[in-house]
Design a protein around this ligand. Structure first.
Ligand SMILES: *[C@@H]1O[C@H](CO)[C@@H](O)[C@H](O)[C@H]1NC(C)=O
Ligand SMILES: *[C@@H]1O[C@H](CO)[C@@H](O)[C@H](O)[C@H]1NC(C)=O
Ligand SMILES: *[C@@H]1O[C@H](CO)[C@@H](O)[C@H](O)[C@H]1NC(C)=O
Ligand SMILES: *[C@@H]1O[C@H](CO)[C@@H](O)[C@H](O)[C@H]1NC(C)=O
Length: 314
């Protein structure tokens, strides 16, 4: 399937009713990923000294609170809920497009909403660059984690710490001549499929996955990034209950992908600078989108990572 919505894309940022910055760091912090807590607060993973933050989105002013620096990590990437107010987070020591000491942590707010119990549950020494992560819907203590360099998925049991590569495919890898060697980036699991973005290939695809995360079918391309609109590559994304995806599209927009592959920019884009370097998207409790960013330089000014709330028009 191909993208065929050039006209609509040109007129598209009007689809966002409002785009409001809820919070930004005052010094440079790259926010990588996001998760929603049952109370509507957000958890933010960062590339800043393995730090995890929480953000209360109610009220008029918002300040991210440091939850913890996860031990032995300089950068945190994927995050996913594995139970009620309990999360798995992957992090490691960040190098240039590769990590050492890739580690899976759990952060459990069940007994204390402010000071969670943090555990190191697995070390994954054969991983190179762990990125997006999702838990299995029927066995949420088991997670699948994307390795952007190896072009594969690691399946990790957060209770036993056992990890293994469960799926490897060219569509998950970057092509050998890619300028940015990042293949699979974000992933989500819904209705028997694993959905994923591939940054270097500029693709959004899905593959059937068994309930236990062990067996996979054939990869199906849903849509390719429209390079005429954005010169950059896709990052992480959110999937709503209707199977509609919202993908962080550097440098400054969020693109909506319908299940049939139609793509349209719903926030940012063009000359706007409401969203600077989007990295991930989360659908909030009331249907708003929360976007995290890595920041970036616009007209010579360097901006830090932001959390932006996008209210959609429909
Ligand atoms: C979140 O912010 C709202 C509005 O400022 C406040 O009433 C509420 O107590 C905060 N929640 C927590 C858990 O701090
Ligand atoms: C990485 O892990 C190894 C083995 O557990 C440990 O010895 C080393 O100190 C870790 N490196 C850093 C920088 O934490
Ligand atoms: C990589 O190679 C393919 C196939 O030859 C080509 O279409 C593509 O433009 C190349 N990409 C880059 C970034 O050089
Ligand atoms: C934070 O956001 C405000 C309001 O948009 C902006 O003026 C400021 O430059 C930003 N700071 C950083 C460090 O990004």
């Amino acid at each position: 399937m191909r993208a065929y919505l050039t006209l609509a894309l040109l007129a598209s940022s009007s689809l966002a009713q409002s785009t409001v910055q809820l919070f930004n760091f005052s010094s440079y912090v790259d926010i990588e990923n996001i998760a929603l807590r049952p109370n509507g607060h957000l958890l933010l993973t960062t590339f800043d000294q393995g730090r995890l933050y929480t953000l209360n989105t109610s009220g008029r002013t918002h300040h991210a609170q440091l939850v913890a620096s996860l031990p032995g990590a300089t950068a945190l990437c994927g995050i996913t809920a594995i139970d009620h107010d309990k999360f798995a987070i992957v992090g490691g020591i960040r190098g240039s497009y590769s990590y050492t000491n890739e580690t899976l942590y759990t952060v459990d707010f069940t007994h204390n909403a402010v000071n969670p119990i943090i555990r190191t549950v697995a070390r994954i020494p054969n991983a190179v660059m762990l990125n997006g992560m999702a838990s299995l819907p029927t066995q949420p203590h088991i997670v699948l984690i994307a390795d952007s360099r190896l072009g594969c998925l690691f399946r990790v049991d957060t209770t036993t710490g056992i990890s293994k590569i469960t799926f490897r495919d060219d569509t998950l890898a970057a092509p050998t001549n890619a300028s940015i060697p990042i293949g699979i980036n974000g992933l989500k699991i819904a209705r028997g499929y694993l959905y994923f973005t591939n940054t270097a290939r500029g693709t959004f695809s899905r593959v059937p996955v068994s309930a236990d995360g062990l067996k996979f079918g054939d990869v199906e391309l849903i849509v390719s990034l429209d390079m005429s609109v954005s010169g950059d590559d896709w990052d992480d994304f959110a999937l709503d209950t209707d199977g509609v995806a919202y993908i962080a599209q550097p440098d400054n927009s969020i693109v909506r992908i319908q299940p049939d592959g139609q793509q349209i920019i719903v926030a940012g884009g063009g000359e706007t600078d409401d969203i600077i370097g989007p990295t991930s998207v989360q659908v909030g409790i009331s249907g708003v989108l929360y976007v995290t960013t890595r920041g970036g330089t616009v007209d010579g000014v360097t901006y830090s990572g932001q959390v932006v709330e996008v209210q959609l028009a429909e």
